[in-house]
Design a protein around this ligand. Structure first.
Ligand code: PNS
Length: 160
């Protein structure tokens, strides 16, 4: 069976918490496909193409990590890629209900695909893309939260 796993998300933008999950997952699964959802209903701060570029630059030195985008059902994309694992990061108990619902829905849709949860480092428990966007909009420092090239683009984006 393929060891390909998909780590899906909005990644608007990718945070250091996501990076930590990617590093952990890449040690277990190969290849690990970081897959950005194309959601026509939600514009986002960064376009999907920008998010893909930002993630590619962040993982360029990591072996076995691919970056891609997908639309439609996640389980269909995982099957299309020939994989059977979905990776999701869990930060705190508050993530659990949403993640649990998604994992069970995906299992109902595709019983052969397993969702695997990985815990990010404790220091990232509070971190989310939404809060990073908010801190950027209000002019706060981003260095502890996202890779440097993402912090730069975030500052530029909110100033324009
Ligand atoms: O980073 P996010 O926004 O928490 O990621 C959510 C994501 C992309 C994993 C989820 O919205 C998703 O899988 N969307 C694809 C549509 C789908 O498959 N829905 C049914 C499963 S709940």
């Amino acid at each position: 069976m393929s060891r390909l796993a998909v780590y899906p998300g909005s990644f608007d933008p990718l945070t250091n918490g996501h990076m930590d999950v990617i590093r952990r997952a890449a040690r277990i699964f190969r290849p690990l496909v970081v897959a950005v959802l194309r959601n026509p209903q939600k514009a986002g701060l960064f376009s999907v193409e920008e998010r893909l570029d930002l993630i590619r630059k962040s993982v360029e030195t990591m072996e076995g990590v691919e970056v891609d985008s997908f639309g439609g059902l996640l389980v269909d994309y995982v099957k299309e890629r020939g994989g059977s694992r979905i990776v999701r990061g869990i930060r705190a108990l508050s993530d659990f209900e949403y993640e649990f619902q998604m994992a069970l829905m995906n299992r109902r849709l595709a019983p052969d695909i397993e969702t695997v949860f990985l815990m990010a480092r404790e220091e990232y428990t509070f971190l989310s893309s939404r809060l990073v966007r908010e801190v950027a909009l209000l002019g706060g420092a981003l260095d502890d939260f996202v890779p440097p090239h993402i912090a730069r683009l975030l500052h530029e984006r909110v100033q324009s």
